[in-house]
Design a protein around this ligand. Sequence first.
Ligand SMILES: Cc1cc2nc3c(=O)[nH]c(=O)nc-3n(C[C@H](O)[C@H](O)[C@H](O)COP(=O)(O)O)c2cc1C
Length: 388
Amino acid sequence: MDSTPSKVLAKCHNIDDLRSLAQRKVPKLLFDFMDGGAEDEVALRRSRSGFDRYQLVPHNFVDVSKINISTEVMGRKIDAPLIVSPTGLPKLFHHTGEESLVPAAGKHNIPYTLSSASSTSIEGVGNLSSGPKWFQIYVWKDRAIVRDFIERCKGAGFSALCLTIDVPITGNRERDVRNGLAMPLKMTPTIAFDMLRKPAWLYNALTHPLPTLANLVDRVEGDTSAADLSRYTEEQLDKAISWDDAAEMKEQWGGPLGIKGVLRAEDADRAAEMGFDSVIVSNHGGRQLDHSPAPIDVLPEIAEAVDGRCQIILDGGVRRGTDVLKALCLGATACMAGRPYLFGLGAGGQAGVERAMEILKGEIHRDLMILGCADVKDLGPQFLRRID
Ligand SMILES: Cc1cc2nc3c(=O)[nH]c(=O)nc-3n(C[C@H](O)[C@H](O)[C@H](O)COP(=O)(O)O)c2cc1C
């Protein structure tokens, strides 16, 4: 059952409107899981407010009769400087999960990054669109998992890998603790009431299989509930990873590789030196270390350190086209975003995700024109003014 008429989605004029709609449709417990950050959520808030420190200063008398927002990232031409960040278990927010997210990204020709903790398998996603598909990978203690994932990605037509390095352990997300979001879920009267108030979500949840970590079900013997697989994942995350592991992964994969979770210039320098194709400047959407810097705040020093040796992708806090323009002015080639597309998913399945993409693309196009820049590739510091 999909109960969101297109005219309701059309009334969502920006990402915040989609967020409000998702909040009305998804149980609070799950909405908070998608929306929240670690501890006091300072990093989450700053990832957004960091953009306000920059003003966009238009150049006038520029021919903007033709605008180009397409670019090239990790070896593929894409229709806008946008990438879908990896997010685990999206079927929690809407029963279709990746089956909505991947075709929407394919339709807009922007890369979709499948999480290691996805609710659809690598092979399942491979068949969902012909658009660019990336896979997010961790260094697992059992290196056989790493090798297996890499081989499966090669077989399923994934064009790039993205190594996440900021999760030695899951961040302390207190909204989840307070809401009683645990694996396995203990059905309390509060949670039951919360779900009953979202009848369309509940109907779909009851009439579809329970979401599980689809890439891992075959690796674990016995109980393959999401609860056990989540525990397995947490145990398997290698807390002693080194640059040697990153180098080994690079060799095994042999294709375009990004490193996600970089916030220090010296790490970006090392990644560029090692031949990584992109550095993904990210604080995991404020979900890991609270008080970590906003990605936009460290972007200038990272761009200086990288000095054009590899691409830079900004991830976190992007809710407006102008955020993307600012990141590109500071040296990024494209922006990843997670929640904006999840809000779209929760608000209205594939149509909601497409609405999020249309909104961001539309804003980039319009604001680029008003800024007096005909091509996203020509953005640079000449359009920015920093205020403190
Ligand atoms: C619900 C949710 C699940 C996530 N799961 C993963 C994951 O499995 N792997 C990963 O590298 N990042 C994960 N992230 C972080 C995102 O990839 C991304 O860094 C973050 O969402 C960016 O911030 P934004 O939501 O403000 O765009 C997750 C984020 C959210 C909101």
